[in-house]
Write a protein that binds this ligand. Structure first.
Ligand code: ATP
Ligand code: MG
Length: 444
């Protein structure tokens, strides 16, 4: 795409209202626009990145056999009264009345609704397990929305739900998600550590938060550094080995401040392995047994003729929060350079031609390269404005395509000035640039 035709409202300076770097960058390059407190519109650049994240999240859910559905954003209060959460959820829930005076709400999460869907059709253990997910907007009337889309009121979440016949089977489902989350975050080029967590208003007995390290994170974390050395390459979803894998992670102390116990930390983790820092929660998984199935009467027939309430878990990923979390992890604020992982970058490469009013040949050359890259399925952004070269480079450094081609005085013949965004440039032929970028894309 040609930048002169794109809707990328770039600001010259950092907006003063933004306190953390992801919020600054997102406003600076016009990825989002606030429409009211904690509520944002997603502009082309931001939307493109979010959709790419969503795609990876979806692919990884599908790989473990979760079925995609789509539940509405607006729910009836009835089912929430059945579970008892209509009162418990408190002021974070946005309550609405329709014209018939019925109490409705904008869903902050979907345990009740999915349990209602389940109970209306699944009656036998033979249909279990059932794993369902959707990717949908949520609303939580956060008391203090802040940091842009990191803690906002309307946000985009992947939430999945598992239904099993027994605790043992339910742990198997839980472990599938545990593995899937490790893989999802790895594909997003993030290191997310699973941390034993409190279960909060969702309730229950087994829970992990997936947290990425970032100074600006809201959760304080305490961990054993050796947890970073664990590596999970499992492709087979086998019950026993998945349980072993999760226990392997659980051997290492890693908790947020809610669960922190100083004595335990110091006893379990030697001085040199102690890590105390901050992090951002990007995902959260829960096992809560029959917490919802029991009050809502979601039971199935068992082999012997008896009935039992189905055992459930829920599994969230903050898809929109991830956009900010990745910026927190990758943005070099000091040099004002963002380099998106190629798997989710808004563009694969940017072409930055020096344009001289008197001679148009560099723009022509840039356009030819653009066409060639496009033919090879390389998503390219080209700066066809007549700004000077250094301000064009600054702009592209913020937009964050992972590679740049600079077309200027130093371009001679076949050899182009090429660089990884933020690094030094070197000379490379177009066909080798295409090869390099294509290989990087295929790796992801
Ligand atoms: P937090 O502790 O950050 O308030 P939570 O524990 O209430 O989050 P969950 O119910 O576990 O959130 O939701 C699943 C995921 O949705 C979280 O891991 C997070 O990535 C995302 N999320 C939750 N609340 C928000 C919010 N207000 N804005 C953006 N993303 C959010
Ligand atoms: Mg949580």
């Amino acid at each position: 795409m040609h930048i002169s035709k794109l809707f990328i409202p770039i600001l010259k300076n950092n907006p003063s209202e933004a306190k953390i770097k992801s919020h600054q960058l997102m406003l600076r390059v016009g990825m989002i626009k606030q429409s009211s407190a904690g509520i944002y519109s997603w502009l082309p650049l931001g939307f493109k990145v979010m959709k790419k994240i969503e795609k990876i999240v979806r692919e990884e859910q599908n790989k473990i056999g979760v079925q995609e559905i789509l539940m509405p954003t607006i729910q009836s209060s009835e089912i929430w009264k059945e579970s008892g959460r209509f009162e418990d959820y408190g002021e974070e829930m946005l309550r609405i009345k329709d014209r018939q005076d019925r109490e409705m709400l904008y869903g902050p999460t979907n345990e009740e609704l999915v349990t209602d869907i389940f109970r209306s059709s699944i009656k036998s253990y033979k249909s279990l397990p059932q794993l369902l997910y959707h990717i949908q907007w949520k609303f939580r009337d956060e008391i203090r929305p802040r940091f842009g889309i990191m803690r906002c009121r309307e946000f985009y979440m992947k939430d999945a739900y598992s239904f099993d016949i027994s605790d043992e089977e339910a742990f198997f489902s839980y472990n599938k998600f545990f593995l899937s989350y490790l893989k999802t975050f790895k594909r997003l080029d993030l290191i997310a550590i699973p941390m034993a967590a409190d279960t909060g208003p969702i309730g229950g007995n087994l829970s992990h938060e997936f947290v990425i390290l970032a100074e600006t994170g809201e959760s304080k974390i305490f961990a054993d550094k050796r947890i970073f050395d664990l590596n999970t390459n499992k492709t087979v979803l086998e019950k026993k080995s998945l349980e072993v894998m999760r226990q392997e992670y659980e051997k290492y102390y890693s908790v947020t401040d809610e669960k922190f116990n100083k004595e335990e930390f110091e006893k379990k983790v030697s001085n040199e392995n102690r890590l105390v820092t901050k992090g951002i929660e990007v995902g959260h998984i829960f096992y809560f047994g029959d917490k919802y199935s029991k009050p809502m009467g979601a039971s199935v027939d068992l082999p012997g003729g008896k009935k039992d309430f189905v055992k459930m878990g829920s599994y969230g990923i903050g898809v929109s929060r991830l956009v900010g979390a990745i910026i927190e992890a990758k943005y070099d604020e000091k040099n004002e350079v963002m380099k998106w992982p190629i798997s989710i970058a808004p563009y694969d490469v940017s072409i930055i031609p020096m344009i001289n009013k008197n001679e148009n040949n560099l723009l022509d050359k840039a356009n030819n390269i653009y066409t060639e890259l496009k033919k090879n399925n390389i998503d390219t952004i080209i700066d066809d404005t007549d700004e000077n070269l250094s301000s064009k480079i600054k702009k592209m450094n913020l937009i964050g395509a992972p590679y740049q081609i600079i077309i200027g005085k130093h371009t001679d013949g076949d050899l182009l000035e090429f660089k990884e965004t933020g690094k030094d440039s070197y000379k490379l032929k177009l066909k080798d640039i295409i090869k390099l970028i294509t290989e990087q894309k295929e790796k992801n």
